[in-house]
Design a protein around this ligand. Structure first.
Ligand SMILES: *[C@@H]1O[C@H](CO)[C@@H](O)[C@H](O)[C@H]1NC(C)=O
Ligand SMILES: *[C@@H]1O[C@H](CO)[C@@H](O)[C@H](O)[C@H]1NC(C)=O
Ligand SMILES: *[C@@H]1O[C@H](CO)[C@@H](O)[C@H](O)[C@H]1NC(C)=O
Ligand SMILES: *[C@@H]1O[C@H](CO)[C@@H](O)[C@H](O)[C@H]1NC(C)=O
Ligand SMILES: *[C@@H]1O[C@H](CO)[C@@H](O)[C@H](O)[C@H]1NC(C)=O
Length: 267
C-alpha cells in the first residue's frame, strides 16, 4: 500500500514537473562570493562575452510557476500529497531554466549523467534558492532534478557551465524579470473573486518586456474558470529576451476567465 502510494506520488510529481519542460550587461565576470549571505543584487550576475558554441539547443525557457496552483494541481492528482507553499512565499517561484531546441517539443534533457548534482559549490546560493526556488513537495529534490535534466544540457554555454553558474543565472533572471510586479502594474493580483482574461495577462507582461511570454493554465475545480499555472519567458544564448514560440502544453482557454488563486499558507 505504502509502496503503491509512493509510486503514485512520485509518478505524479514527475509528470507535473516533467511536462513542464532582461538581458545581462555584457562586460562583467561571474563572481563566486565567499560569504554565505548573498543579497539578491549580488545574484544578478553578469555575462561575459561568450560565443555560441552549441547547435544542439538554441534558446532557453525560464519557467516560474504560481505556487498555489502548483500545489492545487499536485493535490488534484494525488489527494494525499504533502505540497505546501512555505509561509515566506508570496510570489511566483522558480521552476527551472530549460535549454530548448525550437524543433523539439520539450527541449533537451539529461544531457550528461556523469555530472551528478552536487551542492558543494552552491552553499552561498542556498539561502536565496530556498527563498525563491523552494521545492514545494518536501522530499522532492527539485534542484537536483532541474540540474540533471536541464542544467547538464546547458554546459556548452560558458555562462551556465556548472551548478553555480546555472543556478545563479537562473536566480538572476528571475529577479530581473519580476512577473508579480508586471502583473500588479496592470492591477492584476491574486484574488478569490476577480478573474482575468488570457489576453490581459499576456498583455500585462508584454507591456513591460515587449516580448511574447507563455502564460499557462490548469483547470480549476469549477468549469467556469481556469487557474494561472506558470509563466515562461524565453531567452537567447546571450540571455537576452526573445519571443517565445506558441505555447504547447498547459494551454489556457483564451475564452475562459483565469483566476490567480491567493496563496494559502499552512497554519
Ligand atoms: C529555430 O531557431 C532558428 C535560430 O533562431 C531559426 O533560424 C529557425 O527558423 C527556427 N526554427 C523553427 C522551426 O522555428
Ligand atoms: C560531462 O560531465 C563531466 C563530469 O563533470 C565533464 O567532465 C564533461 O566535460 C561533461 N561533458 C560535456 C560534454 O560537457
Ligand atoms: C561534491 O564536490 C566536492 C568538491 O568537488 C567533492 O569533494 C565531493 O566529494 C562531491 N560530492 C559528491 C557526492 O560527489
Ligand atoms: C522525507 O523522507 C525521509 C526519509 O525518506 C522521511 O524520514 C521524512 O519524514 C520525509 N519528510 C517529509 C516532510 O515528508
Ligand atoms: C517581485 O515584485 C514584488 C512586488 O513588487 C515583490 O514583492 C517581490 O519580492 C519581487 N520578487 C522578486 C523575486 O524579486
Amino acid at each position: 500500500m505504502y509502496i503503491l502510494m509512493y509510486i503514485l506520488v512520485y509518478v505524479s510529481v514527475i509528470l507535473i514537473i516533467g511536462v513542464c519542460s532582461d538581458g545581462f550587461d555584457n562586460h562583467r565576470h561571474v563572481r563566486h562570493p565567499a560569504s554565505n549571505s548573498l543579497s539578491p543584487s549580488d545574484v544578478i550576475l553578469e555575462l561575459g562575452q561568450h560565443s555560441i558554441q552549441s547547435e544542439q539547443w538554441n534558446y532557453l525557457r525560464l519557467a516560474r510557476y504560481w505556487p498555489q496552483s502548483f500545489c492545487l494541481q499536485a493535490r488534484m492528482h494525488v489527494p494525499t500529497i504533502s505540497c505546501t507553499v512555505p509561509d515566506f512565499v508570496h510570489d511566483f517561484t522558480v521552476h527551472g531554466l530549460w535549454p530548448t531546441l525550437n524543433t523539439t517539443f520539450g527541449g533537451l534533457s539529461f544531457c550528461n549523467n556523469s555530472w551528478p548534482f552536487n551542492t558543494s559549490t552552491l552553499q552561498s546560493l542556498v539561502p536565496l534558492m530556498t527563498k525563491l526556488w523552494p521545492p514545494l513537495w518536501n522530499n522532492y529534490s527539485l534542484w537536483g532534478h532541474e540540474w540533471s535534466k536541464h542544467g547538464t544540457c546547458a554546459l556548452d554555454l560558458p555562462a551556465l557551465h556548472g551548478e553555480y553558474r546555472f543556478f545563479a543565472h537562473t536566480l538572476g533572471l528571475h529577479l530581473r524579470y519580476n512577473i508579480t510586479r508586471y502583473l500588479s502594474q496592470s492591477n492584476i493580483r491574486p484574488s478569490e473573486t476577480q478573474m482575468f482574461s488570457y489576453s490581459s495577462l499576456v498583455g500585462a507582461i508584454w507591456n513591460r518586456i515587449y516580448f511574447i511570454p507563455w502564460v499557462q493554465c490548469i483547470p480549476s475545480k469549477s468549469p467556469r474558470y481556469q487557474l494561472l499555472f506558470q509563466v515562461v519567458l524565453c531567452f537567447d544564448k546571450q540571455l537576452q529576451l526573445i519571443d517565445c514560440e506558441s505555447v504547447t502544453y498547459f494551454i489556457c482557454d483564451p475564452d475562459q476567465p483565469i483566476q490567480i488563486p491567493p496563496i494559502n499558507h499552512p497554519d
